[in-house]
Write a protein that binds this ligand. Structure first.
Ligand code: ASP
Length: 327
């Protein structure tokens, strides 16, 4: 008997139909996105590697994903696990925010089967679309990991950890990379070759109830001449946390840094990240004196998710600092 794998479609390019096979860039204009049943039918993958249970969820662009979508998706994954025969879940997702969804799933899901997040860079009906291949590879990884927990991202024959993976190009098929670290493994034809993929990519650390009360947390991007205006606007707009996407070592401009210190004194938790896309942020004495927490090696969008979860849990600034140090 074949393993049973659920396919949860959320929309994105992997579910999109362009006007014709050469419509590889502006295909969202058609607005045509298939649901999970439609995607599986069109790929012809039913029964090829696994028995697939298509589960309809959303048919949206991943730029439109909200905290509520995350909460519903996590609940859905938990509900699917009520089926004792289910051995894995594959999620089809738009690539725009795929890394953020995979990251939050890895922090919150508490289930005993693997969850593989995939997408595609070309629409389902596009010429040389990667949609079929990515979906097939994701199903293969789910089957290979059957019965074991852990969230992984699979595109372009590569298996990545949610923590390290990022969309590093707007268009190339190999857009998903784990900068400086590389993939955890590969899908080579029918084989899943992943010697480094042992155990869950991250243990669940946060209760899923927190997803329904995530506070507002914003990101401020540093550039030459940036002042404190955006930071003060976020604070007056109700931010409970701010992530600074600073320059290389993990530093904002002097004016931004002063505004971040002010934000902290007004009760806003501030995390320093960097716009480089990789590397540990320096835990600077000056930042410490202002209450600014070093954001580990998480990119700003992932630091924001971790900070929002900590704040929803009611962690104090020193507890939040400990979470960022331990992650
Ligand atoms: N616009 C698409 C999205 O839903 C892009 C993609 O799926 O690759 O994120």
């Amino acid at each position: 008997m074949q393993p049973k794998i659920a396919f949860v479609g959320t929309g994105g390019t992997i579910a999109s139909i362009g006007t014709d096979q050469f419509d590889l860039l502006d295909y969202t204009a058609t607005g045509e996105r298939l649901d999970s049943v439609g995607v599986i039918e069109r790929t012809g993958l039913q029964g090829a590697i696994a028995t697939i249970l298509p589960v309809n969820f959303r048919q949206i662009d991943s730029t439109a994903i909200t905290f509520t979508d995350w909460a519903d998706l996590v609940d859905l994954c938990h509900e699917l696990c009520a089926d004792p025969e289910l051995q894995g879940i594959v999620i089809g997702h738009g690539t725009a925010s795929l890394e953020e969804t995979a990251w939050i799933l890895s922090l919150v899901l508490d289930i005993g089967i693997p969850v593989i997040v995939t997408g595609s860079m070309r629409p389902l009906n596009g010429i040389s679309s990667d949609a079929n291949a990515n979906l097939a590879a994701a199903i293969r990884v789910a089957v290979a990991r059957a019965g074991e927990p852990g969230v992984f991202v699979v595109l372009n024959d590569e298996i990545h950890a949610p923590r390290s993976v990022t969309k590093a190009h707007t268009l190339r098929l190999g857009a998903f990379q784990s900068p400086w670290l590389g993939p955890l493994g590969y899908v080579d034809g029918p084989d899943v070759n992943a010697p480094h993929l042992v155990g869950p990519s991250r243990p669940a650390s946060f209760g899923r109830d927190l997803l329904r009360r995530l506070p507002r947390v914003d990101i401020v991007y540093s550039y030459v001449g940036a002042d404190g205006h955006a930071i003060r606007s976020f604070v007056s707009g109700g931010s409970k946390g701010i992530v600074s996407a600073g320059f290389g070592p993990g530093m904002a401009t002097p004016e931004e840094t002063a505004a971040l210190g002010e934000a902290f004194s007004q009760g806003v938790v501030v995390v320093q990240s960097a716009r480089t896309g990789a590397g540990q942020v320096v835990d600077s004495k000056h930042h410490r004196s202002l209450g600014i927490i070093a954001g580990s090696d998480l990119n700003p969008q992932k630091a924001r998710i971790l900070l929002a979860l900590c704040l929803a849990r009611g962690d104090s600034p020193s507890e939040i600092e400990a979470v960022f140090q331990a992650i």
